[in-house]
Design a protein. Structure first.
Length: 134
């Protein structure tokens, strides 16, 4: 699938997440957060899964519940990552990283954003999101 200009930075985010998974450390986490900040400032987009509300014209961002019972907005760095999940036929749109983060920070319904919940996963809680935003 062809990558749009807005999604091109997703590959760099995936690589940074993979590095954290291979060698978990404060340094690799700081590097990943720096990459995400750079991509946010470059106006890179994430793919955000949405659910329609039956009988309503509104949509809501799809959430993923982790084993500890916490809910997270689901966001993906590429269409390939989005399709790896258990429910690949989902509605989605792209949004700037900053907009996704602002939405997560403004609601009490979620802990933050889970990037690539099916593979190369990174949980960005509200504290980490605030660090990225600066």
């Amino acid at each position: 699938m062809e990558q749009t200009k807005e999604l091109a930075g997703g590959q760099r985010i995936e690589e940074a997440i993979l590095q954290v998974q291979k060698e978990p450390s404060q340094e690799s986490l700081a590097h990943a957060l720096t990459i995400i900040r750079r991509e946010m400032k470059a106006e890179t987009h994430l793919i955000v899964a949405v659910d329609s509300i039956p009988g309503d014209a509104q949509i809501s961002l799809r959430t993923v519940t982790t084993e500890d019972g916490k809910r997270w907005f689901a966001a993906f760095t590429s269409f390939e990552e989005q399709l790896k999940g258990s429910n690949p036929v989902m509605s989605a749109f792209t949004a700037p990283i900053a907009q996704v983060f602002d939405t997560a920070l403004s609601t009490g319904l979620v802990e933050g954003v889970i990037v690539n919940p099916w593979n190369r996963t990174m949980l960005l809680d509200k504290n980490l999101i605030r660090i990225i935003i600066g």
